[in-house]
Design a protein around this ligand. Structure first.
Ligand code: ADP
Ligand code: MG
Length: 240
């Protein structure tokens, strides 16, 4: 379970998160929508401890991410994160890229790491690309490789930050299909996305961020069907 309570965070004078409360239960899929600069990415980086918070708390499986006594590296192994773009090592094959973290961080043997990496690459539909170099993959394949790389660490939670935003429109579908598959397998996920149709289909709940505030959160049919705030109504009108 991920428990976010009263989280505030500023960059200098700019308050980016103004008291965020959100609990994500195991197996739940929560998508976050909202305008650019509303604090969506910042929240994800605070959840896995990449950024400190000013006040409030974030707990993952009861462990406080921002408590100095928490072994953050250990906790981070539970939380996979995939960004808009991930720069794979160009001189390593797809398989080598995916085995890197399990070998270095989890100290797996080469054989063990490869077994897991092959399984995850097949899972995302890249079983034929093991010995290909990343530069020869399409954008959609590169994002699926990034997802396989995160999954190879056997995370309990996955955070996705606009993983389809940098893709050509015809490649978006294959990446969303991979996320749909993970959701249907019961992965606990927080997905920041601009894909409203996807958010509507896969989410247990959708959160709307506006200027650092979680202005609304509800199951998709309710959030999209009957938006309560003027801000969400405007946002949805602009995305249609
Ligand atoms: P979103 O993902 O919703 O577009 P972000 O969380 O990336 O929004 O950013 C929220 C605000 O915080 C923006 O105004 C952005 O410019 C600012 N911001 C994000 N990261 C930093 C940083 N490392 N230093 C200073 N300002 C930042
Ligand atoms: Mg962002």
């Amino acid at each position: 379970m991920i428990e976010i309570e009263k989280v505030r965070k500023s960059f200098g004078q700019l308050e980016v998160l103004k008291g965020i409360d959100l609990t994500v239960k195991n197996g739940e899929v929560v998508t976050i929508i909202g305008g650019s600069g509303s604090g969506k990415s910042t929240l994800l980086t605070c959840i896995n401890g990449l950024e400190p918070i000013d006040s409030g708390s974030i707990k993952v499986d009861g462990q406080d991410v921002h408590d100095k006594r928490t072994n953050l590296n250990k906790l981070r192994e539970k939380i996979g994160i995939v960004f808009q773009q991930w720069n794979a090592f160009p001189h390593l094959t797809v398989l080598e890229n995916v085995t890197l973290a399990p070998r270095k961080v989890l100290k797996m043997s080469k054989a063990e790491a490869e077994e897991i990496a092959v399984r995850q690459l097949r899972h995302v539909g890249l079983g034929e690309k093991l010995s290909t170099y990343p530069g020869r993959l399409s954008g959609g394949q590169q994002q699926r490789m990034a997802i396989a790389r995160a999954l190879a660490m056997s995370p309990e939670y996955m955070l996705f930050d606009e993983v389809t935003s940098a893709l050509d429109p015809q490649l978006v579908g294959e990446v969303l299909d991979t996320l749909r598959m993970l959701a249907s397998e019961g992965m606990t996920m927080i997905c920041v996305t601009h894909e409203m149709k996807f958010a509507r289909e896969v989410s247990d709940r959708v959160a709307f961020f506006h200027k650092g505030v979680m202005a609304e959160i509800a199951p998709p049919e309710e959030l999209f069907g009957a938006p309560k705030t003027a801000e969400l109504q405007q946002f949805l009108a602009a995305t249609h």
